[in-house]
Design a protein around this ligand. Structure first.
Ligand code: TYD
Ligand code: MG
Length: 468
């Protein structure tokens, strides 16, 4: 345990810090830091914490304190480079998505760096957590657990000091007996979290909070806590699929545009460092009804495969069903294909899925959806090395999308040789390692890449002559 000590105490004001500084940011004393004793009494720091002293902003130390890494690069990136000292991070998600697993793995990563993390288990017994940690292959001797739900008990343990990081799983199990009401009720959750946050901040220890979200919204959800915490991370994924996405919803210590990608395996959460390869892994080459597009997950481009199946419908009102794509948008694109290129879909069922459990929420994927639908209808495959990007308007025109260059760079990295892009954006796309082909309309795309002129030949022909 002795290696766990990496904390410093200011001789003058008694405040604890996670790292050494030449001058104490609190009392301004120079060269006053010394290694903190093994288990400092919390009361040593508490009195000076009680009185806040005002200062001008130029007195505030400018240098950013060193972030504490969790050992999971995907998680550290979403946090903005690791845990900031004293940060309170809410990890929210539906039950079973893998919050406890992620936290336990992060705890082990933290411990590997010699930091003591206290894992307060309110939902599972110590035995269950031990079994899980063993299954995950974690070093059991470096993980500290406190099975408890009573806030005073938890506060007492934290108050003994010596913890570098605190983790509470979950906020909905916490209970303050004096307050009344069941655990998980808004009053209990808010009060318990407020007290824990204050305690953690006073010790300068980052605090992880796990919060469940339920569709029914019966228990107090993360919304209630948003303003109390520094960072809100959402962990998302479907139970029967391995893919898990970690998104920052609020972050006082970093960007909210980062997304972490994980895969739930038999031995815990694995980091997916090359998500495009993950999503395209099982893509059938040369099959009809498949198109690859690039979506933005935060500030990260991801290549995903859109698959479509068009089949004769026995129903009076044919189906337009989707998995991972917006069904309204898919029906709209089907209508555009029908009206603008005369692709007969009124008596066909149209199914669209995004492979690998990914979701396309952006109009930038429109052209790929239309391309996959047309490819299935015609039973002709698109070139396997073609990326398709563009929004489709109601007139069948292909509109521009944001961050095109980054999307194409990702495609080039993944070995794509050509990309169909909105014509208007062709200029300014110099110097890419793939060939960008400007597309003006859906009709033009289908004529060029699927050899389909449709019954709207007049229109397509005129577009083509412009092209030549
Ligand atoms: P868990 O972390 O308990 O979810 P949460 O805390 O968000 O409720 O994870 C629950 C699911 O993850 C569980 O159904 C089993 C699965 N799982 C694996 O597939 N592999 C593993 O190694 C672990 C630990 C869990
Ligand atoms: Mg859990």
């Amino acid at each position: 345990m002795s290696k766990a000590k990496n904390r410093f105490i200011c001789r003058e004001c008694g405040r604890l810090f996670a790292g050494w500084l030449g001058r104490c940011p609190r009392c301004q004393a120079w060269d006053s830091f010394e290694p903190a004793p093994d288990k400092p009494a919390v009361t040593a720091a508490a009195p000076s914490e009680g009185r806040a002293a005002a200062m001008t902003l130029d007195e505030v130390p400018a240098e950013e304190a060193v972030r504490l890494k969790t050992g999971l690069a995907e998680l550290d990136r979403v946090l903005g480079g690791g845990l900031a000292p004293g940060a309170v991070v809410l990890l929210a998600g539906e039950p079973g998505v893998g919050k406890s697993t992620l936290l336990l793995q992060a705890a082990a990563g933290t411990a590997k760096q010699g930091r003591r993390l206290l894992y307060v288990a309110g939902e599972e017994s110590a035995v269950q957590v031990r079994l899980r940690a063993a299954r995950l292959g974690l070093d059991l001797s470096s993980l500290w657990i406190l099975p408890a739900v009573s806030l005073p008990e938890i506060e007492a343990e934290i108050g003994r000091g010596g913890w570098d990081v605190l983790a509470v799983d979950s906020v909905q199990t916490l209970q303050l007996p004096d307050l009344g009401g069941p655990a998980g009720s808004p009053v209990q959750v808010r009060e318990c979290v407020a007290r824990l946050t204050a305690l953690a901040k006073s010790q300068g220890a980052p605090l992880w909070l796990v919060g469940h979200i339920t569709k029914e919204g019966q228990i107090a959800g993360p919304k209630l806590l948003e303003h109390l915490v520094d960072t809100v991370l959402f962990f998302e994924g479907e139970r029967d699929r391995p893919l898990r996405l970690l998104r920052a919803f609020k972050n006082r210590f970093g960007s909210v545009n980062e997304t972490g990608v994980f895969e739930m395996t038999g031995s815990g959460l694995g980091e997916v460092t090359n998500p495009s390869a993950f999503f395209l892994a099982e893509r059938p080459k040369g099959a009809s009804g498949s198109a690859v597009t690039a979506i933005m997950e935060g500030c990260r481009p991801l290549l995903v495969e859109v698959q479509a199946l068009v089949s004769p419908s026995p129903l009076a009102m044919p189906r337009r069903q989707t998995v991972g794509a917006d069904p309204t948008r898919a029906s709209l694109l089907a209508a555009v294909l029908e009206k603008k290129v005369r692709l007969k879909l009124y008596d066909r069922d149209v199914f669209v899925i995004v492979a690998g459990g990914a979701k396309i929420g952006e109009p930038a994927a429109d052209l790929a959806v239309a391309a996959a639908v047309a490819s299935s209808w015609l039973d002709r495959a698109l070139p396997p090395d073609l990326l398709v990007v563009g929004e489709v308007g109601l007139a069948g025109e292909v509109r521009s999308v944001g961050r095109l260059r980054e999307r194409l760079a990702e495609a080039a990295r993944m070995g794509f040789a050509q990309a169909a892009v909105p014509l208007g954006e062709l200029r300014g796309l110099k110097g890419l390692a793939l060939e960008a082909l400007g597309v003006e309309s859906v009709g033009q795309f289908l004529a060029r890449h699927l050899g389909f002129a449709g019954r709207g030949r007049e229109e397509t022909r005129s577009r083509r002559s412009e092209e030549i």
